[in-house]
Ligand binder design. Structure first.
Ligand code: DGY
Length: 318
């Protein structure tokens, strides 16, 4: 019987499906760093990984029988794709099923950052709300904003669909322009230059994967060139933004606020960001609604079952 290592709890029927396949399922929330993984590494055929598991050359050297790595996430920056390709190991992710949940959270962070909801919550709880006045706790108008979307894949487009309902003017940047019919349907305009998008948008929302090219795409220079009073939202990967530089731009300008779900060294957050009232900080919960997490687990399990039974995976990357 093939052995499948599962890193961490999975919602829904995914574990049952793997056991019924039938596989020997070794489950340990300690992930690929656990003793349970070490004990099964030499026989493991499939691994269901989380973003907290690093799949690198060292791990592959310990897993001679490995055939598939099924990441329970759309982002795969925790997996060395080249090393897997070189060994002929299939790598899969969980696209589509988490698109709407992540776009919901990006929009939530945008509204929270613009209207200072979490900051207001802290103030009320601390007894700092004295009375209603016309000038108290002002935020920025969300409806009709100019929204810049960086990365116009599935999630970027889902954000654009939400933006339509808020009467926003949407610009997007990515290497290639989308077909005109799609742009019209989404009410989105292609802005080839990221710098131009940043300089002209009231808010920027990031939806690019973390790659060597996108690491610190938002560095001190780019952040300094953003539109004064603008908002930055990041639900992609923390390292796309230089966290220390972001904290500086939130304190000294030009940024008015940020909404962040992802951080460079999770679960740690840069102390200068923790100190910023104008940063809304979420604990990497973009895909964290029950239906989405069940669908992610079920897709990852289906990929393992298919590959180990000789069928093509549903969502292959390698
Ligand atoms: C992903 O899918 O990449 C998220 O970060 C976790 O759901």
């Amino acid at each position: 019987m093939d052995t499948v290592f599962v890193s961490g709890p999975l919602l829904g029927d995914a574990l049952e499906a793997l056991r019924e396949a039938p596989f020997e399922v070794v489950l340990d929330e300690g992930g690929v760093g656990s003793d349970a993984f070490a004990a099964s590494a030499d026989r493991v055929r499939g691994i269901v990984t989380l973003i907290t598991d690093r799949v690198d050359a060292a791990l592959l050297a310990r897993t001679p029988r490995l055939a598939i790595v099924a990441n329970v996430a759309v982002g795969v920056d925790n997996v060395d794709l080249e090393a897997c390709r070189a060994r002929g190991i299939v790598v899969t992710n969980t696209p589509d099923v988490l698109t709407e949940a992540t776009a919901d959270l990006a929009f939530g962070l945008l509204i929270d950052a613009a209207r200072r909801i979490s900051e207001g919550d802290r103030l009320v709880r601390a007894g700092g709300w004295e009375r209603w006045t016309p000038t108290f706790h002002l935020g920025q108008r969300v409806h009709g904003m100019k929204l810049g979307i960086v990365g116009f894949g599935r999630i970027g487009k889902a954000v654009a669909r939400r933006a339509r309902g808020f009467g926003m003017h949407v610009g997007y940047t990515q290497r290639r322009r989308e077909p005109e019919a799609l742009e019209r349907a989404l009410g989105a305009t292609w802005v080839p230059s990221l710098d131009e998008l940043c300089a002209t948008s009231d808010a920027i929302t990031i939806h690019v994967p973390l790659t060597p090219e996108s690491r610190h795409l938002f560095d001190a220079k780019r952040l300094a060139a953003m539109r004064p009073g603008s908002i930055l939202v990041n639900t992609a990967r923390g390292a796309v933004v230089d966290e220390a530089a972001l904290a500086y731009a939130l304190e000294h300008g030009p940024l008015a606020a940020a909404g962040l779900d992802v951080f460079e060294r999770e679960p740690a957050v840069h102390p200068a960001l923790l100190a910023r009232e104008n940063a809304v900080l979420a604990p990497h919960i973009g895909s964290a609604d029950r239906e989405t997490r069940e669908a992610m687990a079920s897709l990852a399990a289906a990929n393992v079952i298919r590959v180990l039974s000789g069928q093509p995976p549903l969502t292959p990357l390698v």
